[in-house]
Design a protein. Structure first.
Length: 574
């Protein structure tokens, strides 16, 4: 037997006494007065090249050795370790295990699959040779001896993909603690089977980095990369922007993609403004968004990202509250429907997009806000001048039309027309929304007794509902689009810019023979009683499609609405 490549190191630790013996010798000898020989590795030899066959993963490699012996016959146990080539550092072994029969036998068989996984977790590439150090460590009482040899193994042809995936790093919410790494959700394919695509909704910090891991501890498969490409054991990915994101990882194509989530909002029948409204939720951390929302009535709704109808979370058919992106439903083998709502009142609405299950919940918001005594009259002042008297119904004052307001002015509320009554204010500017470009934009603010003035964040025509029993002030405004089409499904929806007062404009290219209308889906739908003219009157919910473009080109289009937003005028200027 050749032993020239086997190196033997014997480690001894001196102890005063011990209470264990494999033999029934009367008295144990002091630790330093007996010896432990080293094992002698038999298989595999350093000349062997072990090929781990991916087609037979349950086949095994057997490691064997001649026994180490205690000079006084004490029991000996063994550990088998694979180390980086040339090292004798046992602190981070590639693989470690007791020998068979709880460490007593002088052999150990390890499956190809287990060996390949150990090599993969240590960063050895697939289908390549790994030159390793094999160590067999013998232990008797507190004495140890070790034998080393070189082993060559060729990994599986292809990497085995992980069954779980986690994100960790200085850019993430886990404070770079791998044991608290954030789990990604493993998605299903169109047949309903698990795919190799994962996603997570989480926060990132610009300039910091992160990786994906197969485990919440090392060793593990690790994935870094850059510019949308995943690289096994690659450099950590550096976050370019701070904020919340949906991160999707495809291990079949070794790619990743980020979608920034500026906000999730509730849209639909239960909220103020219905399907034209938008009630944003605030990010709480740990993949959870939440807000206190007044649910006005029962009915269907969805969650929408960034005010974009392309990103809708709907309920999976047959579940009570499990959600999926509508755009991903078919690729994940599920059907979706609008979420149904029964509760009415003030509720905390929670959207949980952590990996276990995308879901939502309602919880009564019983936060107590004392009502304000309802005055008999209420007036709006602009720069100290009264400009509007609100209408009273019960405890709620409202405007039945839209009031043009300007960011350069200051406003106040008072119970007397001359400003000598009780004053009221709100705790933030009007028209300040996370969804300023929605079709119908609305928000509810807390109303308080105060002499402080308030402002509007940008020029807008606003409609009001002021409920003293809540006490709240709800403001609403519309954005309007120029719809331009030959085939309705291929229509252009061109956003117009609001200008004070009640004026919307846009300069855009228009095509001869196309229909046009001015719409804020679907409350406002302005047609004309003279549809072929370049100027004329507008009628909401009536009038014909405009067919007034006879020449392709750039047009400046302007509409001016009356305060009721039911009538107005239009002009197309080339």
């Amino acid at each position: 037997m050749k032993t020239k490549n086997i190196f033997i190191v014997v480690f001894s630790i001196l102890l005063s006494f011990t209470y264990y013996s494999c033999e029934t010798d009367g008295n144990l000898q002091p630790e330093g007065e007996w010896d432990l020989s080293a094992p002698v590795i038999l298989t595999p030899t350093s000349e062997q090249s072990i090929i781990l066959d991916q087609d037979t993963p349950s086949e095994s490699v057997t490691f064997s050795w001649e026994a180490a012996e205690s000079s006084l016959g004490y029991a000996v146990t063994y550990k088998v370790m694979l180390l980086q080539e040339g090292t004798v550092d046992f602190s981070e072994p590639i693989f470690i295990s007791e020998s068979s029969n709880n460490g007593i036998n002088t052999s150990l068989s390890i499956s190809y699959e287990a060996l390949d996984q150990a090599l993969a977790f240590s960063g050895f590439p697939a289908n390549e040779n790994a030159s390793l150090t094999l160590a067999v460590q013998a232990r008797s009482l507190s004495k140890t001896s070790v034998a080393f040899t070189t082993v060559n193994m060729t990994r599986f042809e292809n990497d085995m993909l992980p069954q779980s995936l986690y994100i960790s790093g200085t850019a993430t919410e886990n404070n770079n603690d791998l044991s608290q790494a954030i789990a990604l959700k493993r998605l299903t394919n169109s047949d309903g089977a698990l795919s190799n695509i994962y996603e997570v909704y989480t926060s990132l910090i610009a300039g910091e980095s992160y990786k994906f891991y197969s485990e919440r501890s090392l060793p593990a498969l690790q994935f870094g990369g850059s510019e949308g490409n995943i690289v096994p054991f690659g450099d950590a990915i550096v976050a370019s922007t701070s904020g919340q994101f949906r991160i999707k990882v495809d291990l079949d194509t070794n790619t990743y993609e980020l979608l920034q989530i500026n906000f999730w909002s509730m849209v639909g029948t239960p909220i103020s403004g219905g399907w034209g409204g938008d009630q944003p939720l605030e990010y709480q951390g740990n993949s959870v968004w939440k807000a206190s929302i007044s649910l006005m009535e029962s009915g269907g709704f969805v969650f929408r990202a960034n005010g974009d109808w392309s990103y809708l979370l709907k309920q999976i058919v047959g579940t009570t509250n499990t959600l999926v992106l509508e755009a991903d439903a078919s690729s994940q083998g599920v059907s979706v429907e609008d979420i149904s709502n029964n509760p009415v009142g003030l509720y905390f609405v929670t959207l949980d997009l952590s990996a276990d299950n995308y879901n939502y919940s309602f919880e009564i918001d019983d936060t107590i806000i004392e009502p304000i005594v309802t005055p008999t009259q209420l007036f709006l002042f602009e720069n100290g001048n009264m400009i509007e008297e609100f209408l009273l119904d019960g405890d709620t004052f409202s405007s039945n039309h839209y009031i043009p307001m300007q960011a350069s002015n200051v406003y106040s509320l008072n119970s007397a027309a001359d400003g000598s009554g009780t004053s009221y204010t709100i705790n933030q500017p009007l028209a300040d929304s996370t969804t300023p470009n929605g079709d119908l934009v609305s928000d509810t603010l807390t109303l308080i007794e105060s002499n402080n003035t308030f402002s509007v964040i940008t020029d807008r025509a606003l409609q009001f509902s002021i409920d003293f029993s809540a006490p709240t002030l709800t403001w609403t405004y519309y954005n309007i689009k120029l719809f331009h089409w030959q085939v309705w499904d291929d229509r252009q929806e061109i956003a117009m810019t609001y200008n004070h007062p009640n004026t919307y404009t846009v300069t855009t290219n228009l095509t001869a023979g196309y229909d046009s209308k001015f719409i804020s889906p679907w409350d406002l739908d302005f047609g004309s009683d003279n549809p072929t003219a370049l100027t004329g009157n507008l009628i909401n919910g009536g009038g014909s499609n405009l067919l007034n473009i006879n020449t392709d080109g750039s047009y400046t289009v302007t509409i001016i609405l009356n305060n009721d937003y039911q009538t107005g005028t239009y002009e197309f200027a080339q």
